[in-house]
Design a protein around this ligand. Sequence first.
Ligand SMILES: [Zn+2]
Length: 212
Amino acid sequence: MTDRPGRQADSRLATRDSRPPTDPSGYLDPGQPSFCARCGQPTRIESRGGRRRPVCVACGWVYYARNALGAAVAIESPDGILLVQRAHEPYRGQWMLPAGFVEYGEFAEECAIREAKEETGYRVELTGLWGLYFGTDDPRNVSHLAVYGARIVGDEPQPGDDAIALALFKRGALPAQIAFQGHRRALADWERSPARPAAPPLGDPKGPAPSS
Ligand SMILES: [Zn+2]
């Protein structure tokens, strides 16, 4: 199976027509700038590092498209897995794991715990890394989603500002509309492999790095 829409992007980049900007990978890239983020001069499409990218001929700045990183929690109970219903676009009304984008400089583990609290009201602790899933159907950015197993350690359920509702879903009875490829792929794994092992957390992610 492939999500790749085809390598037709160079001509779009070169002509700057009214269609949404597309990266040479073929995926949409709404962040692609027509003007330099540093000095404000118009960018030009040139080859850099094997791909054609917006560059600023005035100051040398080069735009590199980046995959976003999201972090999600898989909170399981005997009654199923906890999902949230999206209150906002994209995919308003569809269901997803509690998740959000990792902030710059934030650890994915911190983000997963923070988003669980913000979206569900629960304080959780992580039990391990469930998997890493790529998705290309978020119109804001292509992204990887780090999914962590988690268990509830406190507080009460309370849908956050981004959620219409919270609900538990059993295997084989997931909602028909699940937002985002990464979430669909993670939940498909969850349905297929109930005993799938997760990589356990390795101590404090913000602790000192091991020395060589
Ligand atoms: Zn510039």
